[in-house]
Design a protein around this ligand. Structure first.
Ligand SMILES: Cc1ncc(COP(=O)(O)O)c(C=O)c1O
Length: 373
């Protein structure tokens, strides 16, 4: 089998990730933060270790600023509904995944206005548009770091600097960038980055989180979930103490133990090496696809995600035929309808997405199958 759907979730995971999950389930799967017995203590230590790996990965020194969720979507909902007010204006882009677009639609129904800027031009044009759009009512910018449809990477350091100057909240959707592009919260100046654990960080599904900048005032964040936290049990209110007030309920300990090893794996091989690897595969695939007459969407250089269409066959049919040959790709809109519109795909295109586990051979098998289709 050839797996080229890593933007949805990476596969395979490193052996160290699998080993860590198995070890946790076998040796110390007590409930973290809920008791003082040895199993629960060992479990709490594992969660702490994972927080340490994640917070240093995102350039944050406060371990408690990592809030674990079950995916990037939940982290984005925590930040959007927990930080933003149902009034004023929120700026976003036309490259967003539904994980940003849909919560912002809810904010709109509740009374906030949404301003959408185009992000398929160059960085200068984007920054100019954002500057033009900011007004005294603007409370936040919520945007994707790297698109899940094309290799567009937004200049989040520049957007962050703008937000700092204008006193605006900045929330970054790092679903496609975490583990590939460098994200240093101390440089970006974003309030939070929302990340999936199961994509570029190589954790299992069911992991993700929001990492908040050092000094973030958690009294400004409302929890998404309410329930048991293992502390202050006599209080009726869940409180505003990071991380536990924002992680009500039992954590996905074995998955978090796996995520910890996933982050270590990325640190070990380095994001730079991962980017170079992805770029080489992108280059190869692009050249071969063009020679087959394919249309490739988004001229933004090379990246981990390449979306295309073949002449005369719709994207979904191509993906189905590839699937029949054991090649896993994803067709359709990739939960990003406005990105597809901006890129002119017609709403159905084939996406291939790479991980360090892919090789040139995978691309050659894909191209061979496409030439037959
Ligand atoms: C850009 C972007 N944002 C958010 C998400 C949602 O991530 P998750 O599936 O972890 O909720 C995805 C998933 O593909 C994505 O590509």
């Amino acid at each position: 089998m050839v797996y080229l759907d890593n933007a949805a979730t990476t596969f395979p995971k490193p052996r160290t990730v699998l080993g860590s999950i198995f070890r946790c389930m076998e040796e110390y799967a007590g409930n973290p933060g809920r008791a003082a017995h040895p199993m629960a203590m060992r479990a709490s230590e594992a969660v702490f270790e994972a927080r340490e790996e994640v917070c240093s990965f995102f350039g944050v020194s406060s371990v408690e600023n990592v809030i674990f969720t079950k995916n990037a979507t939940e982290a984005l909902c925590l930040c959007i509904f927990g930080m933003l007010r149902p009034r004023g204006r929120i700026i976003t882009t036309d490259l967003e995944h539904n994980s940003v677009r849909r919560p912002l639609e809810v904010m709109k129904k509740r009374g906030a206005a949404i301003d959408i800027v185009g992000a398929t031009g160059d960085d200068d044009a984007l920054i100019r548009d954002i500057e033009r759009t900011i007004c005294p009512d603007t409370q936040a910018i919520v945007c994707v770091h790297a698109s899940n449809v094309c290799p567009r990477v937004l200049p989040i350091e520049k957007i962050g600097a703008l937000c700092r100057r204008r006193g605006i909240i900045f929330i970054v959707d790092a679903a496609q960038s975490a583990g590939i592009y460098d994200i240093d919260l101390s440089k970006i100046g974003a309030d939070a980055v929302c990340f999936p654990g199961h994509k570029g960080l190589f954790g299992p599904m069911g992991t993700g989180g929001a990492c908040f900048k050092d000094g973030f005032d958690f009294s400004r964040l409302a929890p998404l979930l309410y329930g048991g936290t293992g502390s202050h049990s006599s209080d009726a209110d869940v409180g505003r103490t990071a991380p536990e007030s924002f992680e009500a309920g039992t954590l996905a300990l074995p998955s978090i133990a796996g995520l910890c090893e996933g982050v270590r794996y990325v640190k070990k091989i380095s994001t730079k090496a991962i980017r170079e690897h992805d770029a080489a595969l992108y280059r190869l695939a692009k050249n071969e696809l063009l020679s087959l007459g394919a249309t490739i969407y988004g001229d933004f250089g090379e990246g981990a995600v390449l979306t295309f269409n073949m002449p005369r066959v719709c994207g979904s049919d191509v993906a189905r035929s590839l699937g029949d040959r054991g090649i896993c790709v994803r067709a359709g809109m990739h939960c990003a309808p406005t990105a597809h519109k901006a890129l002119g795909t017609g709403g159905d295109a084939v996406r291939i997405s790479f991980s360090p586990m892919n090789t040139e051979r995978d691309v050659r098998i894909l191209i061979d199958a496409l030439s037959k289709i």
